[in-house]
Write a protein that binds this ligand. Sequence first.
Ligand code: UT7
Length: 329
Amino acid sequence: MTTCVRVGIAGTGSYVPEQIVPNSHFEKYLDTSDEWIVQRTGIKSRRWAVDGQATSDMALIAGQRALEAAKLAPEDLDLIICGTLTPDHLLPGCSALVQRKLGATKAGAFDVNAACTGFLTALNTGEAFVRSGRARRVLAIGAETLSRWIDPQDRGSCILFGDGAGAAVLTAYEDCKQGEILKTTLGADGNGYELIHMLGGGSLTPPTHASLDRGDHFIRVQGREVFRFAVERMGSLIEELSEGHDYDEIGLVVPHQVNLRIIDSALERMGWNKDKVVVNIQNYGNTSAASVAVALDEAVRAGRAQPGKLVILAAFGAGLTWGGTLIRW
Ligand code: UT7
C-alpha cells in the first residue's frame, strides 16, 4: 500500500558557539582588512568552537531546542539525519553521537555529506521518510565545525567560514499544523568536484605526514568560479521553487549564507525586495550545512515566518550539489 502523508515542520532550533572571531583577528597576521572582507563578502565576524567542542555538541543543543519547540521528547524520534562535512570523527557518523547524547533510544541515525547543501539534503530526505510513512518523527540537522579545517594562511578562504548547528523536527502535518513542505528539490553536478574540496584524508589519499605538511587536509576553494556558479544556481533555485506562486505569497527566502553579494545578485535577478530575505552572514560567516538551518530558526524565533505565507529554503555547495525546499508556514 502506498502511503502519502502531508509533512510539516513541528519545530526548529539552533546553536552557535560563544567564541566571536571578528575580521580584526585576520588583520593581525594576514595581508587583509576588515574593509575588504566586509565589502567582498558581507562578513563582519564568525563564531568558532572552543577547544573540546565538536560538531555533535552543537548538533545536540540545536536538536534539543528543536524538540522543545516541537513539544516532543527525544524518545519520540524515529530517525536522526545529520548533514555535515565535519563530523567529530570519520567513523562513526555524527548522528550516532547525537542519538546517544540526546537519548533518542528509538531512533535510527545516519549522516549525509552534501557540504553546504547538507541541511536541505537531511531535511528533504527526512521529508520523504515521513511522507512515505516509514517514519513519524524525524530530526534533521545541519552542523559544522569548519574552523578546524581551514588553512589559516589562505586569505581567500580562511576568512569565510564559521561554526554552528541548526535543526528541524519533521512530523505529519496533521500533528503539528505548521510548516507544510510543498516542494523539494536536490541536484548535483560532479564536474565541479574540484571547485571546493579537501584533497587529503580520504580513501584516495589517506593522511600521511607529508600530506599534513602540505596542508592537504584543509578546505580549498576556487572562490571566483564558485561565485559564478552560486549566483546562477541561487537564482534558478528560487525561480524553480516559486514557480506557480504570486510574489505576494512569498513571505521569506532563506538562502545559504555564502556571500552577501551572491544573495544580492540572485535577488536582483528576481527583482525581489530585500526585506523578504533572511541574512545573518555578517555575524556567522559561511557555516556550510548549518547555514540555512540557523537562519531559518532565527527567522522563526523572530516571528518572520508568517502563518500561511511561503518560505523558500535554497542552498548549494561542494560537489557541486544544490537543494531547495518550499514550505507553507
Ligand atoms: O559555500 C561554498 C564555499 N564558498 C565559496 O566558495 C565562496 C564563494 N566565493 C566568494 O565568496 C568570493 O569569490 C571570495 C570572497 C572568496 C573572493 O572574492 P572575489 O571578489 O571573487 O575576489 P577574487 O578571488 O577575484 O580576488 C580578488 C583579489 C585577488 O587579488 P589580485 O589577484 O586581484 O591581486 C585576491 O588575491 O582579492 C584578493 N584577496 C584578498 N584580499 C584581501 C582574496 N582574499 C582576500 C582577502 N583580503 N581576504
